[in-house]
Structures are given as structure tokens and as C-alpha cells.
Design a protein around this ligand. Structure first.
Ligand code: FMN
Length: 369
């Protein structure tokens, strides 16, 4: 077997396995479950985790997760097929179950028998059973112990645990505390998200009880990322503290880059009439049928409908920052780990570098003891 342990380095509580053929290969519960080479994951970032970036991460031995947010069922199917055209390695599809269109994309993901379905913002026990029926795996994204318990009860195969440092919807508790707290609840694979951008973070995450890291900010600032070049350079230039954590952007606590646009959007919540207008504009720009949108929004009750409207309004600002590099009208989701991003290498370089640095950290510990 390619990744069978040949040499084991023990550092404190963790033991990593390296093979002579590939000295950077590292085995964990997650790599074994999914049959991937490296414990590094591209999380499902809307408008960023597109087929080419997803495939680049999976080709480099990690797990790329396609973001289905904002896609119709047909677009989602086409995107899944595009990933498969680029790579034969395992990949995932992310569905934020609360959002309009997510149920249809999840259905497509099941029909296409994707290796990994990553669910967030909700749970669906039947969906989990259907993925298991074809031999796939379900990973739930959670940002609190309460949500972790609920996801575990639904029968998922692993968790992405998102700490406070993360871009977008990290929880109230930092990765340093949340990951070991969730590890105490389960033996299933855990992917640590929020603040992980290099080999030091990878080893730290493993020491906290995780089996892999999801690197959002770091991989969004890669050569293959579809982020606008202006925005990529801003990730390089900004410091760790140049973020804002606020629930005024899309009603959920959300971390964005400190920019004129970010400051404007988080200063106060948009008024309901402007939210409805912007959300309808976003839906029409994305060719979302209005009847379907209204049905999806109202299905979960009026409170959810309001949240969905805010989400829709937020997508307009997100796309301006991501696609046009406009940080006056736009808002960029970003994590504190932007302070660890100093260049814009390829995905393969980021993964190789992360593994090499992780190994150096481990070797330094081993030789010091
Ligand atoms: C540019 C960008 C876009 C993101 N978009 C989403 C999204 O649409 N939905 C979501 O749940 N998380 C999104 N995230 C958050 C990631 O899924 C992940 O939780 C986070 O990036 C991990 O923290 P890190 O940025 O420190 O690596 C996004 C992150 C970035 C950097």
C-alpha cells in the first residue's frame, strides 16, 4: 500500500507516519477513510472553490471541496463533471443546506455519487443514509460543540470543526479550544478549520486531536484561485488583525477583510427594503427562478426567509470583491490567517511546503527530546 507507515516519528501525543517513497506522506484517520495522500482540505468557499481549484487540490493529494452555493442543479451537475474531467482523485461537494437551491444540489451530488458530501448549516439524516448507500462519505461543518453533537447524531462520517479565527462563519470559540473539545466527543475524523495556513498549523491541529486541516484563506490566495489579482495581493499585504467579525453582514457572525467595503457593511445591518432589493438583484443576476427562491425561503419559516434574504444581498458584495477586486462596494470573506500569507504560490507548492514544514517541526521536537 502506498501510504503504509515505514517510519514513525512520535511527538508528544501524536505519531505521524512517513514513507521512504514520499517522505512527506502523512497518514491520518481522514486520509485512510477517503484514500487521499495528504491531510489537507480545500473547504467549499462560494465563488472560490470552483472546479479548477478543487481539482488542483485533489490532484496534489489533498481533498478539494466544490462550493455549490449560488448554483442551480444543472450548474452543479456540470461543475461536478468538470472536476471529474480534471481529476480522478477523491473530491467533495459542499452544500449549505439552509440556502435556496442547496437541496437540489445535494440531490445532484447523490445522483452523481460524489465521494464526499460536505453539509453545513443544517442536517438531513436521510441524505446521510443515501450517500452511505452508494459508498460515499458525509462530512458536516460545525462551529460549536452543540452543532457537532447534532451532526454526529445524524450519522456523518467526519466533521469540519471551524474555530473563531476562520474566514466567514467561524464560531465563538477559537480553534485552540474547540477542536480538542469536539475531539473529546468522537473518534471520527476531524478536519480543523480556522487559522491553519502552514506546516506549523498542520502539526498543531494534529496535536489538538484533528486529522487534517482545511485551509481556506491560504488556498484562496494561490496561483490557481479565481480571486481577482488585486484581492489576492491584498491578502498578502494585510495583517492578521485586519479583519472584522460581525453579524451585520449576513446575520450570522462572519469574518471579513477590513476594507472600506467591509467597514461600511458591518457598521450596521442593511434595512429590510434594501435587503429585499439586493437579494432579488442577486437572484436575477444568478438566474435563480423567483418562484423557487420564494418557496425555498419560506419553507423554513419567516425567520429563515429573512436570513436567506440577507445571504442573497451579501452575495452581491462578495462577488464585487472576489471577481472585480472592488473593495469599496465589495466585501471580502477572509480569515485571521491572512497574516500568515506572504506570497501567491501554486496549490502544489502550498501543499508540499506545508508538509515539509510540518515534518521539520516534528523533527525539531524529536531531536530536542
Ligand atoms: C474567500 C473565502 C470564501 C469563503 N466562502 C465561504 C462560503 O461561501 N461558505 C462557508 O461556509 N465558508 C466560506 N469560507 C470559509 C471556509 O469554508 C473556511 O471555514 C475558512 O476559510 C477556514 O479558515 P481559514 O480561512 O483561516 O483557513 C470562505 C473562506 C474564504 C477565505
Amino acid at each position: 500500500m502506498q501510504y503504509r507507515a515505514a517510519r514513525v516519528i512520535h511527538c508528544g501525543a501524536i505519531a505521524l507516519h512517513f514513507t521512504p517513497a514520499d517522505p512527506y506522506a502523512m497518514q491520518t484517520r481522514l486520509t485512510r477513510l477517503l484514500g487521499i495522500a495528504h491531510p489537507i482540505v480545500l473547504p467549499g468557499m462560494t465563488y472560490v472553490a470552483v472546479p479548477s481549484l478543487v481539482a488542483a487540490v485533489s490532484e496534489a493529494g489533498g481533498l478539494g471541496i466544490l462550493a455549490s452555493g449560488g448554483m442551480s442543479a444543472d450548474e452543479c451537475r456540470a461543475a461536478i463533471r468538470q472536476v471529474r474531467a480534471f481529476t480522478s482523485k477523491p473530491f467533495g461537494v459542499g452544500c449549505s443546506l439552509m440556502l435556496p437551491g442547496a437541496a437540489a444540489c445535494a440531490e445532484v451530488a447523490v445522483q452523481e455519487q460524489v465521494p464526499v458530501l460536505n453539509v453545513s448549516m443544517g442536517k438531513d439524516d436521510q441524505l446521510v443514509q443515501r450517500v452511505h448507500a452508494y459508498g460515499g462519505h458525509v462530512i458536516a461543518t460545525v462551529s460549536s460543540e452543540k452543532h457537532a453533537r447534532s451532526a454526529l447524531d445524524s450519522g456523518v462520517d467526519g466533521l469540519i470543526v471551524t474555530g473563531h479565527e476562520a474566514a466567514a462563519h467561524g464560531g465563538a470559540v477559537t480553534s485552540l479550544v474547540l477542536i480538542p473539545a469536539v475531539r473529546d466527543m468522537t473518534e471520527l475524523p476531524i478536519i480543523a478549520a480556522g487559522g491553519f495556513a502552514d506546516g506549523r498549523g498542520l502539526v498543531a491541529a494534529l496535536a489538538l486531536g484533528a486529522d487534517a486541516v482545511a485551509m481556506g484563506t491560504r488556498l484562496a490566495a494561490s496561483k490557481e484561485s479565481p480571486l481577482h489579482e488585486v484581492t489576492k495581493q491584498m491578502v498578502v499585504d494585510k495583517a492578521a488583525e485586519d479583519t472584522i467579525y460581525s453579524s451585520n453582514f449576513d446575520t450570522f457572525p462572519c469574518r471579513v477583510m477590513r476594507t472600506p467595503g467591509g467597514e461600511k457593511y458591518t457598521a450596521r445591518r442593511l434595512s429590510p427594503p434594501r435587503v429585499v432589493a439586493r437579494s432579488l438583484r442577486a437572484a436575477s443576476e444568478m438566474n435563480t427562478p423567483m418562484g423557487q427562491l420564494a418557496r425555498d425561503a419560506l419553507r423554513e419559516g419567516p425567520l429563515q426567509a429573512v436570513k436567506i434574504a440577507y445571504f442573497g444581498a451579501a452575495t452581491l458584495a462578495m462577488r464585487k470583491a472576489m471577481h472585480q477586486g472592488d473593495h469599496v462596494q465589495g466585501v471580502q470573506l477572509i480569515g485571521q490567517s491572512q497574516g500568515l500569507v506572504h506570497d501567491l504560490p501554486s496549490v502544489a507548492e502550498i501543499i508540499e511546503r506545508t508538509l515539509a514544514q510540518g515534518r521539520e517541526v516534528q523533527q525539531a521536537w524529536a531531536s530536542a527530546n
